[in-house]
Design a protein around this ligand. Sequence first.
Ligand SMILES: Cc1cc2nc3c(=O)[nH]c(=O)nc-3n(C[C@H](O)[C@H](O)[C@H](O)COP(=O)(O)OP(=O)(O)OC[C@H]3O[C@@H](n4cnc5c(N)ncnc54)[C@H](O)[C@@H]3O)c2cc1C
Length: 406
Amino acid sequence: MTHPLVAAAKDLAPAFASRAAHWDRSRSYCWSNVQDLADAGIMGMSIPTELGGRGANFLDVVMVVEEIAKACTLTARVVVEANMGGISAVMAYGTDEQKAFCAPHVLAGDKPAICITEPDAGSAATEMRTTARKRGNTYVLNGCKHWITGGGVSKLHLIFARVLDETGHEQGIGGFIVFADPMNGNLPDGFEVVGREHTLGLCGMPEAELRFNDLVVDEKWLLTPPSGLKRGFADLMNAYNSQRVGAGTIALGVAAGAHERATSYLLERQQFGRPLAEFQGLQWMLADMDTQIHAARLLLHEAARSRGPNGSRFPDMTMAARAKLFASEMGIKVVNDALQMFGARGYSDREPLERMYRDVRMFTIGGGTAQILRTQIAGSVLGIKTPQTRDAYAWPISDEQQIAAE
Ligand SMILES: Cc1cc2nc3c(=O)[nH]c(=O)nc-3n(C[C@H](O)[C@H](O)[C@H](O)COP(=O)(O)OP(=O)(O)OC[C@H]3O[C@@H](n4cnc5c(N)ncnc54)[C@H](O)[C@@H]3O)c2cc1C
């Protein structure tokens, strides 16, 4: 049965569509949409009912996300991050206190920020340098994160860092829940929002750099998966598989929205004394778009329903990678084709397609690039872990290099 919040999303979509150009042109965050989402119960819909959420599963969430992404890509990103990724990691692995603290913020409209990427650690996320060193019953964080979605507007932050004991010995990579309220100038000492990227698309969403300089965090905010700190990063990244499915679904929704617009336009616009819809060259483009959208939806729904190994509540890694890869590349192609069907009109801001085209370009990059996803899928197909670091390969090396290495 379709979740009632899918109907609520359909009701909200026309208002979101009418405001989408405003957020894009003014590069401003969609606060009024967030309020609408919170009022409708969509913010934090995946949070369990005992904590005030709707207890929705990931399939319910992706169906809501698709409807909203047809109208406004920016708002769909808020929905993904308010239900998947960071908040889902807290709901899966958090202590009662952590869950009880985070849930009300998200339900009231906060989109948590997940802070992994660093200037020198992008695809190679485990090369992160941010550290969290134990001091008494606190951790002291030092380092820098960039391309943090919502940096400067989000209150909850899940910051990934190398966890060191008091002597500086590394324990593994952990996630720290840090509350900061930059919109109200309420930042903990040592937490700085430094800059904002000027992006091609999704212009209303701040992508910011965050710096931590002796940021003191109570040890109770360390999010530790059941596998402990040593293997905990893998579990925390499993939670990220849900966000990947969400990101792929945004690309799907944008593509589906573009396809709907193109279909109407082909029926309406006349050239050579006939509706464009009568030209077979365009019919075949439309058919390919339709087929690819359906294929992406099936992959995403399969991934949203799946569960990773060992009783994980998160989507299977390979299914999530496959679905995001296909949907993100499909989204770029379909929106591009839809824009083509509109001719010059599609190239102008009289149509939302130029914005959708810029927005959808992001999804083969953020949250695991198309190349990294292909590497993951290939590893799963081949049944091998494909090393990416040079020293993991047994290259024949020269005597000089051998001596240098020793
Ligand atoms: C809009 C946006 C929002 C984002 N939001 C967040 C966020 O909220 N939190 C967060 O932590 N991060 C976020 N990111 C960062 C994102 O996760 C990284 O951009 C991504 O992981 C890639 O890292 P990079 O940009 O440093 O590229 P690099 O890792 O430097 O890669 C550059 C190119 O090389 C390719 N490449 C790298 N390694 C390999 C390999 N082994 N094999 C083949 N090709 C390879 C990549 O695919 C890419 O094409 C966001 C990024 C964007 C664009």
